[in-house]
Design a protein around this ligand. Structure first.
Ligand SMILES: Nc1ncnc2c1ncn2[C@@H]1O[C@H](COP(=O)(O)OP(=O)(O)OP(=O)(O)O)[C@@H](O)[C@H]1O
Ligand SMILES: [Mg+2]
Length: 278
């Protein structure tokens, strides 16, 4: 059985001042989630609950299903959910299309961000933010005049040049620039739960710190729940996770706190119990 009972995230909650902490707690509850590609079982019974103001890290060997979990939660059509549920604030999301999931407040920062030719980052983000607001029942839309200063500030926080705002989304961006752009998106779209898939991969030492600071800043401002997928403890030096989970063969095989990540860094995955259910 998976060890997935979450304790209250007391240490992270303390990092958010009370006036900034969200009044309502958002909860993503994943229960016994199984998913396939064709006949191949990829997820084999994931149980995980992520709440506002919590930071969860998932680590695990290549091919263990970490990206698949994120993609299934966002509604990627290539996966078939064969069993289980994923509820956001009590509402089943597995039947919803990806847009509806995004409108509820789910966000995925991709391991390999997509390029969108011909659509500027500024226009894309303003449109996306306005669609989110509309779906939330807001009648007021954000004008370019209101949006630009906020976007410029966020781009500045990620130490990106303002020229990126007028460039096509991710087109020709370097690997590291794409990862920074994912965090700009997260900061602007203000999701309730953000899944960040290997946001640290391909970043140089300074960029890793900048991206981590961008995540922490957004976390402190909005109190969102974060699911960080990472291979390396070094990201967790900047972002203290409340929970660290080890995934293997489509299952969470162990959960703990940040000490678990240190243990993994030291010993690798060999010490962890093997699951063999494929
Ligand atoms: N279209 C596909 N056809 C066949 N197998 C696939 C397909 N997509 C994913 N898989 C398999 O699903 C498994 C899980 O992949 P996934 O990308 O979720 O792993 P991961 O834990 O994110 O790995 P990494 O750490 O390398 O990013 C892998 O064995 C992969 O080969
Ligand atoms: Mg992956």
């Amino acid at each position: 059985m998976n060890i997935t009972m979450n304790k209250p995230a007391t240490n992270q909650a303390k990092k958010i001042s009370s006036h900034e902490r969200p009044t309502k707690v958002d909860v993503l509850e994943i229960c016994d989630l199984h998913a396939n590609i064709g006949k191949l079982k990829i997820l084999n019974g994931i149980n995980l609950t992520i709440r506002s103001c919590e930071i969860h890290a998932i680590m695990g060997p290549n091919g263990s299903g970490k990206s698949t979990l994120c993609n299934v939660l966002m509604g990627h059509p290539k996966y078939e959910v064969v069993k289980g549920s994923a509820k956001f604030n009590g509402k089943e999301i597995l039947e919803l299309d990806p847009n509806e999931r995004a409108n509820l407040g789910l966000f995925l920062g991709f391991q390999h961000p997509l390029e969108i030719a011909g659509v500027s980052m500024g226009n894309f983000l303003r449109l996306a933010r306005n669609l989110n607001l509309k779906a939330a029942g807001e009648t007021k839309q954000i004008s370019p005049m209101e949006f630009m200063p906020m976007l410029k500030e966020t781009v500045g926080l990620l130490k990106m040049d303002e020229k990126f705002i007028s460039r096509s989304v991710n087109e020709g961006f370097s690997g590291g620039e794409k990862k920074r752009a994912e965090i700009v998106q997260m900061a602007v779209l203000k999701p309730k739960i953000a899944m960040l898939d290997e946001i640290d991969s391909g970043l140089d030492i300074d960029a890793l710190k900048i991206v981590a600071e961008g995540i922490v800043e957004t976390f402190k401002k909005t109190g969102l729940g974060v699911l960080l997928i990472t291979h390396y403890q070094r990201l967790l030096n900047y972002i203290t996770p409340d929970f660290v989970h080890v995934m293997a063969k489509g299952k969470i095989i162990q959960s703990g706190d940040k000490k678990l990540a240190l243990e993994l860094e030291k010993h690798g995955y060999e010490k962890f119990p093997k699951v063999d259910n494929r």
